[in-house]
Design a protein around this ligand. Structure first.
Ligand SMILES: Nc1nc2c(ncn2[C@@H]2O[C@H](COP(=O)(O)OP(=O)(O)O)[C@@H](O)[C@H]2O)c(=O)[nH]1
Ligand SMILES: [Mg+2]
Length: 327
């Protein structure tokens, strides 16, 4: 015990994780969330073991019924004997101190089932933000052998759009009766929606929302013969329509026309991530090579005082940098 941070400790942890040990998985996730060196090594050790799970992203405004939908899907997948992972990305839980009470009660049904692994993530605790932490956590759950992973996010910030881009199929959940601004759906979210869900179809206004969505869907460019995101109606609390949603996800996953789009989405996300890592690395090496921190204060003050412009200050620093290959 206590050796999880040593190299051997991490190796042993990795082996247990790959064997599907839930406690090892939870421990590895904590390391990754911590953002330190051990977390980075854990990601490196497990990276090539991930990538085979099918990841479904469910996004929508708070209260749309995402958790209830995810729970319904998880239950269906369990009936088919698939191991399920659930990642609830909930910035609001940073304030309430954890999953909402309703979520906790719902999740309790699965707590005695080792075939379901549930993790909720709040923004606050993550270095590098959710866009970095969530895919890393999903990969760990994947490497631990959970074939179906459901990510729940509130579709608001750029971070979350980036999170959802990692999913194989993206479900956008909406609810009727919120007026005709179509719930402030961001153009970005609309474009990544592979399936629309009208949840709370038992509420008034479902027909109207359905019509609005069809109109909106018509506005998004669809090259001929491309996948047109279906609209599925559900009442998540009774389970109505969940089977149809599962089938729509299946169809989207199996449709060969969707492969290029999915690959492009993934490629874009990894290109961004790689770029970030290089940026971070360059910056920290730069600071190692020349202790700029103090000098920066003075330079920033000069810029703020309009005595020098930011372009020439940046240029003067960069001129002092000699990029060297290797160490
Ligand atoms: N009437 C009705 N209530 C629902 C439905 N789906 C979810 N709810 C309720 O709406 C509330 C918010 O659901 P939740 O799944 O926590 O939404 P989330 O914030 O998007 O995760 C809960 O009280 C649910 O029981 C539905 O289809 N019909
Ligand atoms: Mg929720």
């Amino acid at each position: 015990m206590g050796g999880a941070r040593s190299k051997d400790g991490l190796e042993a942890l990795k082996e247990r994780l790959l064997a599907g040990d839930t406690r090892a998985l939870a421990r590895a996730i904590s390391l990754v969330e911590g953002g330190g060196e051990a977390g980075r090594q854990m990601t490196q050790l497990t990276f090539t073991h991930a990538g085979s799970a099918f990841v479904v992203g469910v996004t929508g405004i708070p209260g749309a019924g995402k958790s209830t939908l995810v729970d319904g899907l998880a239950t269906l997948y369990r009936k088919a004997d698939e191991r399920v992972g659930v990642v609830a990305v909930d910035p609001s839980s940073a304030f309430s101190g954890g999953a909402l009470l309703g979520d906790r009660i719902r999740m309790q049904r699965h707590t005695s089932d080792p075939g379901v692994f549930i993790r909720s993530m709040a923004t606050r605790q993550h270095l590098g933000g959710l866009a970095v932490a969530t895919p890393a956590v999903v990969d760990l759950i994947d490497a631990a052998g959970h074939q179906r992973i459901l990510i729940e996010t509130v579709g608001v910030g750029q971070d979350e759009i980036e999170v959802i881009e990692m999913a194989d199929t993206v479900v956008v959940a909406m609810v009727p009766g919120l007026g005709d601004d179509v719930q402030a759906i961001k153009a970005g979210i609309l474009e990544v929606a592979d399936i629309f869900v009208i949840n709370k179809s038992d509420h008034e206004g479902a027909d109207r929302l359905h019509q609005e969505l069809e109109n909106l869907r018509g506005l998004v460019e669809h090259p001929k013969g491309e996948w047109v995101s279906p609209i599925v109606r559900t009442v998540a609390t009774t389970g109505e329509g969940i089977e149809e949603l599962r089938a729509a996800i299946e169809q989207h996953a199996a449709d060969p026309r969707n492969r290029p789009r999915r690959q492009e989405r993934l490629r874009r996300a990894w290109a961004r991530r790689l770029r970030e890592l290089i940026d971070e690395g360059l910056w920290s090496r730069l600071l190692e090579a020349m202790p700029l921190a103090q000098e920066m204060d003075g330079l920033v003050a000069e810029i703020a005082g309009r005595r020098r412009d930011p372009f020439s200050v940046a240029e003067s620093i960069l001129r002092r940098v000699r990029l060297k290959a290797g160490k």
